[in-house]
Design a binder for this molecule. Structure first.
Ligand code: ZN
Length: 135
């Protein structure tokens, strides 16, 4: 893995949380993006080499809505940048980690992403992400 790319934070109300994080970080989000396949709207803040991703559910069946109803707002996942997501998925599968996605899928911020099940990672939802290369 190359670096901690971002930390995802589940929020109930994106506008309110954006205002809070603007005050906390002293910076404005540089991007707002909906990922319809995941049922989320995301806001990204850049913090040095890493980012904070706020995630708000767009409907009740969104994984973020389910997360908040179970655990409340807060840290949702850690995302690690990888150079070759397929190779890293193979490596982690061989190490016994449980992958939620069998194949990488399009995520926010022009990435290919894959998630590891928190059952196999000590309760931490882990995202692998790789920049999507132009075809
Ligand atoms: Zn993420």
């Amino acid at each position: 893995m190359i670096r901690l790319e971002h930390i995802g934070i589940a929020v109930q109300n994106r506008q309110a949380s954006e205002a809070l994080f603007e005050r906390l970080l002293g910076a404005k989000p540089y991007k707002v993006e909906e990922v319809a396949s995941e049922g989320v709207v995301t806001s990204f803040f850049k913090i040095g080499e890493s980012k904070i991703e706020l995630l708000e559910a767009t409907h009740g069946e969104s994984p973020i809505a389910k997360f908040i109803s179970k655990k409340g707002e807060g840290i949702h996942h850690l995302a690690f940048e990888v150079a070759d997501i397929h190779a890293e998925m193979e490596r982690l599968r061989a190490e016994g980690f449980q992958l939620i996605n069998e194949t990488p899928k399009p995520g926010a911020d022009n990435k290919l992403v894959c998630f590891l099940h928190p059952k196999s990672t000590g309760g931490v939802l882990v995202e692998l992400c790789q920049d999507r290369r132009p075809e």
